[in-house]
Ligand binder design. Structure first.
Ligand SMILES: CCCCCCCCCCCCC/C=C/[C@@H](O)[C@H](CO)NC(=O)CCCCCCCCCCCCCCC
Ligand SMILES: Nc1ncnc2c1ncn2[C@@H]1O[C@H](COP(=O)(O)OP(=O)(O)OP(=O)(O)O)[C@@H](O)[C@H]1O
Ligand SMILES: [Ca+2]
Length: 580
């Protein structure tokens, strides 16, 4: 234990019950004592999960002291867990316990030592945050969610926030790219995956600008970003939030932000010719998911339901597309997408990647550079090619679990291992494809079907069969449609702009609608984390742990919440009750 932190032990009261309270530095425990001083139940709170320590009896909202004996009392606010049935993760809520001490002196000692322990053991907590609220995301409740559920918690934790309620798409991204961010520890979005994507582009772009790196070269190792991103879910899918927390709950997210959790995340960069088009974390999808997104954009007014409606419409249109998918496989010895594991908090596969990325020894450093030197070097002949007609081609850097699909697109994918899972669904009969889709909603293996293959990869290329190449873009550039894209790919990309490009391309192919016209389109469109891409022949490369979220991955809901080491694979470094 640190020398300036002392171990505190005392008999304190909580309501009418007497407890033996112990502060060790890493943990605050209190054990109920019966009349004969025998121990009953113990509650144990890691200091890193204490939200705030206040003098007196305090209520959080409205914030007020309600105590008559305020000078002998203190209140501890902390993280409380409840199992979530939908994901096996945990819903977090604010726990509150009011302690009474025999004297004011003892109370002051407890408050001082608890606050000191907090400072010492939670050095990465944010003090100042930049918050972007999309008032129109999801069910349009972003502003209310922030004001009623999140702001009071940030205030309690002493976090000061600069809040921007957005007035247009891409405002948050542009703000992060251009404005002075001095003093901010992190950026927060209140919205859905689209808002997260804005922050992702802002934070990555800003970091590369400052490092003097070009984002366009897919072989370049980008600078990982220090500014953390927090997600308060208020969107339609909230996939990134769900896949990194196990739930989509604003209070859970706010508490992860407050305690300064840090979860690295792989990011896929998508390139067209020599330009970066976009970044993605949850889905780069061609065929079904691209068509669903294109269709859903016409029905935004339906809110979150637009995806189910469009999904059904696109399913009924029964389309498949010809193409060539090439991929660079990841090291099969590290993990594979069908190993039936789940990436959980403290995941050992991801920890090994962290070791490779931030090596402690010169040997590990050369291992890392050789890991990436493989990328882009065609001479090594490691690219594998798959040609055919596909219902869907999907690439995901993580499981992409969401309320619609609690285990996600690829249940064994890892958040931070430097790889993505490539899921290729070949053309099949409608019932087969429905079975594939339906298995996303159950625990049945969606990859155990003869027309589905899945590969763990570091990079993917997609091209159209000879004769059907992606050549409209050149003509579009001549017409000025894409000139802006090429000059500043991530500066453009508004939904209207991209939808315009897509419809331009589709008209050129004379492959009209497909839902209401008899002729099915021969080319689909890419869905890149919920945005339509203006190009078909793209190259994707996975960047290991490029950004960090205020999250910790999915906690194992099956493990007991106290009394055992909850941090898996021995990564607790002595913080848990067992190892303390
Ligand atoms: C029979 C039930 C089948 C249910 C199948 C559920 C599969 C769900 C898989 C979800 C994967 C989400 C990946 C994340 C993507 C996000 O970056 C992105 C931005 O938010 N969201 C979407 O693009 C939004 C994509 C939303 C896709 C929804 C697809 C819904 C399909 C419904 C099919 C119904 C067939 C009915 C037949 C009569
Ligand atoms: N004030 C605004 N007016 C219009 N569009 C906005 C505004 N603020 C943000 N946007 C854009 O709205 C899009 C959708 O927002 P968001 O992701 O919050 O909700 P969603 O689409 O309902 O959820 P999901 O992305 O999870 O499906 C984003 O791409 C974002 O760029
Ligand atoms: Ca990954």
């Amino acid at each position: 234990m640190d020398e300036h932190l002392v171990r505190l032990e005392a008999s304190l009261w909580v309501g009418k019950k007497r407890f033996w309270a112990v502060l060790t530095g890493w943990h605050l425990n209190w054990t109920e004592l019966d009349k004969k001083n025998r121990s009953k139940m113990t509650v144990s709170i890691p200091v890193s999960e204490v939200v705030s320590v206040e003098e007196g009896r305090v209520h959080v909202s409205p914030r007020r002291s309600i105590s008559e004996d305020a000078d002998r009392e203190f209140t501890v606010f902390y993280v409380k867990r409840t199992s979530s049935r939908s994901s096996g993760g945990f819903l977090w809520s604010l726990g509150r316990t009011q302690f009474s001490c025999p004297s004011r002196g003892l109370r002051d000692q407890w408050v001082t030592q608890l606050r000191l322990a907090l400072k010492t053991h939670s050095p990465s907590r944010p003090h100042r945050l930049l918050v972007f609220i999309n008032p129109f995301g999801g069910k349009k409740q972003g502003r209310d969610i922030y004001q009623s559920l999140v702001a009071p918690l940030f205030e309690l934790a002493g976090i000061s926030c600069h809040v921007v309620v957005t007035e247009r798409g891409n405002q948050a991204r542009d703000h992060i790219l251009k404005k002075d961010l001095t003093g901010f520890d992190g950026v927060i979005c209140v919205g859905g995956d689209g808002m997260f994507s804005e922050l992702l582009h802002g934070v990555i772009g800003r970091t590369q600008q400052e490092a003097g790196l070009s984002e366009h070269d897919p072989t370049l190792t980008l600078q990982s970003c220090d500014l953390h991103i927090g997600i308060i879910p208020a969107g339609s899918t909230d996939c990134v939030c769900f896949a990194t927390m196990g739930v989509n709950d604003p209070v859970t997210s706010a508490l992860h932000i407050i305690i300064g959790d840090s979860q690295p995340l792989d990011v896929c960069s998508v390139h067209y010719r020599s330009s970066l088009v976009r970044y993605a974390v949850s889905l780069v999808g061609y065929g079904f998911y691209g068509d669903v997104l294109a269709e859903s954009e016409k029905h935004r007014w339906m809110g979150p339901l637009r995806y189910d409606y469009s999904g059904a419409m696109v399913y009924l249109s029964n389309r498949s597309y010809a193409g060539i998918v090439q991929y660079l496989p990841a090291d099969p010895q590290l993990s594979n997408p069908r190993d039936n594991t789940r990436c959980l908090s403290g995941c050992s596969v991801c920890s090994k990647s962290t070791e490779r990325l931030f090596p402690h020894s010169p040997n590990a450093s050369s291992l890392y550079s050789s890991h990436f030197s493989q990328f882009g070097s065609d001479s090594e002949g490691k690219w594998v090619s798959v040609e055919g007609r596909f219902r869907a081609v999907s690439l995901t850097c993580m499981s992409s679990s969401c309320p619609r699909s609690p285990l996600g697109l690829s249940p064994s994918a890892h958040l931070a291992d430097g790889t993505a899972d490539l899921i290729i669904v070949r053309d099949t009969h409608p019932l087969g494809f429905l079975t594939f889709l339906h298995r996303h909603t159950t625990t049945q293996d969606q990859f155990d079907l003869p027309f589905v293959e899945v590969h763990r990869v570091k990079a993917v290329r997609f091209s159209l069969p000879p004769g059907a190449e992606d050549d409209e873009d050149e003509e579009a550039v001549k017409d000025g449609v894409l000139a802006e894209e090429d000059e500043a790919p991530i500066q453009s990309g508004s939904k209207q702009h991209l939808a315009g490009v897509t419809s331009y391309r589709r008209q050129k192919k004379k492959a009209l609608c497909g839902l209401c016209c008899s002729k099915a389109p021969s080319v689909s469109v890419w869905n890149c984390d919920g945005e339509l891409l203006p190009h078909t022949e793209i190259l994707c490369r996975v960047h290991c742990q490029l950004v960090r979220l205020y999250a910790r991955g999915i906690e194992d809901g099956l493990a007991p919440t106290s009394g055992i080491c909850r941090e898996r694979q021995g990564t607790c470094r002595g913080r848990c009750v067992l190892h303390n």
